[in-house]
Write a protein that binds this ligand. Structure first.
Ligand SMILES: Nc1ncnc2c1ncn2[C@@H]1O[C@H](COP(=O)(O)O)[C@@H](OP(=O)(O)O)[C@H]1O
Ligand SMILES: [Mg+2]
Length: 304
C-alpha cells in the first residue's frame, strides 16, 4: 500500500461510515418509531447494502465481514424490500485475504429504534495482514444522531469530525462554528474517580462487582452501542468501557482502531491483544480506557 493509498483508507472509512449514518437518519424519518422491529431490520439492511455496494465499487479486491452478511441473517428483509442481504466474502477467501473490511452497519440497533436516543453508530474498519498476523489499519465510527465521526488518520493518530447531520447541540448552537476536524486524544480521568460505561441492556454482573472492589469513586454509566461507549471514553464523557459475556469482531474493530489512534488502552479484559479476522468472529470481552487506568482496571478485573 502506498502512503497516498493508506491515507485514502482512513478517509474512505470515514466517508462510508458518515454516508451510511446519514442514510440511517433518513430511515428513521421514513419508517418512524411505531414498529421497532421494522425500523431495526430496515436500518440494519439498508446500511449493510450501502456498505457492501460501496466497498465492492471502491475496493473490489478486498474481503468484507459484515454483521448483516452472515448466512444466519440470509432470511432477514427490510421493509418494502424482498431481496436477501448481500453475503460476506466466503470464509476461506477472507482468511487468506490481505485486506478485510470489518463493518457493523448499525451498532446499537435497539437504541436506533428508540426515538430521541443518540447512542448508536456505524462501524467501518480495515484489517491488514502483516508479519505478525494482522492489525487494524484504519477505522471510523459515525455517531449520526450526534453529528460526529471519530476516525483514524494517516499518521497513526485519530481525529474528531463534526458532520452536518444530527440534532444541534443546545450548548454550542448559535455560537461561532467550531473547526470541522480536530485531533482526538483520550483525556485523563479525574483523580480518585472512574466513570465506567456499561451495556444498557446486558450490563455484565462482574462490572458491578469490579466497581465495589476498586478503591475509587466508581460510577457505572449505561450507554447503548459498543461504538457509542468507546466514543464516549475518547470524548471524555466516561473514563472506561468494560464488557464481557459476548460480542463479535464487528462490534469493536472500528472503535478499537480509533481508540488506539487516540492513545487509549484497548485490550481483552485479561490484558491480551484484541485480534481480528479470525475464523470464529466471536470476541466476547473488551477493556478501553486511558493508559493510566489500565493496570488498576486489569488488576481489579483479575481479582473479581
Ligand atoms: N452478550 C452479548 N452477546 C452478543 N452480542 C452482544 C452481547 N452484549 C452486547 N452485544 C453486542 O454488542 C453491541 C453493543 O451492545 P450494548 O449496546 O448492549 O452494549 C450490540 O451490537 P448490535 O447493536 O450491532 O447488535 C450487541 O448485540
Ligand atoms: Mg454491533
Amino acid at each position: 500500500m502506498t502512503e497516498a493509498g493508506a491515507a485514502d483508507d482512513h478517509a474512505l472509512a470515514a466517508e462510508l461510515a458518515g454516508t451510511a449514518g446519514r442514510l440511517l437518519l433518513g430511515v428513521r424519518d421514513e419508517v418512524g418509531f411505531a414498529d421497532a422491529r421494522a425500523l431495526k431490520d430496515t436500518g440494519d439492511l439498508r446500511a449493510h447494502e450501502y456498505l457492501m455496494a460501496a466497498l465492492a465499487e471502491r475496493c473490489p479486491g478486498d474481503a468484507v465481514l459484515s454483521e448483516e452478511g452472515r448466512s444466519s441473517v440470509a432470511g432477514k428483509r427490510s421493509k418494502g424490500d424482498d431481496r436477501a442481504p448481500t453475503r460476506n466474502t466466503a470464509d476461506a477467501e477472507r482468511l487468506t485475504a490481505g485486506r478485510v473490511w470489518i463493518v457493523d452497519p448499525l451498532d446499537g440497533t435497539r437504541e436506533f429504534s428508540e426515538e430521541g436516543r443518540r447512542d448508536w453508530a456505524v462501524h467501518v474498519a480495515l484489517w491488514e495482514r502483516d508479519g505478525d498476523g494482522g492489525r487494524l489499519a484504519a477505522g471510523a465510527v459515525a455517531l449520526p444522531a450526534q453529528g460526529l465521526t471519530l476516525r483514524t488518520d494517516a499518521i497513526g493518530g485519530a481525529a474528531l469530525v463534526r458532520t452536518d447531520a444530527g440534532d444541534p447541540d443546545p450548548v454550542t448552537a448559535g455560537r461561532r462554528t467550531p473547526p470541522r476536524e480536530v485531533p482526538l486524544h483520550i483525556p485523563a480521568p479525574d483523580a480518585g474517580k472512574l466513570r465506567i460505561a456499561v451495556s444498557r441492556t446486558r450490563p455484565p454482573e462482574f462490572v458491578t462487582q469490579l466497581a465495589g472492589n476498586l478503591d475509587l469513586d466508581v460510577e457505572l454509566v449505561p450507554i447503548g452501542s459498543a461504538g457509542a461507549k468507546i466514543s464516549a471514553v475518547l470524548l471524555g464523557e466516561v473514563d472506561a468501557y468494560v464488557h464481557a459475556g459476548g460480542q463479535y469482531e464487528w462490534d469493536s474493530a472500528a472503535p478499537a482502531a480509533v481508540a488506539l489512534g487516540a492513545g487509549a488502552h484497548a485490550s481483552r479484559v485479561d490484558g491480551a491483544a484484541l485480534r481480528y479476522n479470525r475464523e470464529d468472529p466471536r470476541l466476547p470481552d473488551i477493556l478501553v480506557c486511558h493508559p493510566m487506568s489500565a493496570s488498576t482496571l486489569l488488576t481489579g478485573i483479575g481479582e473479581t
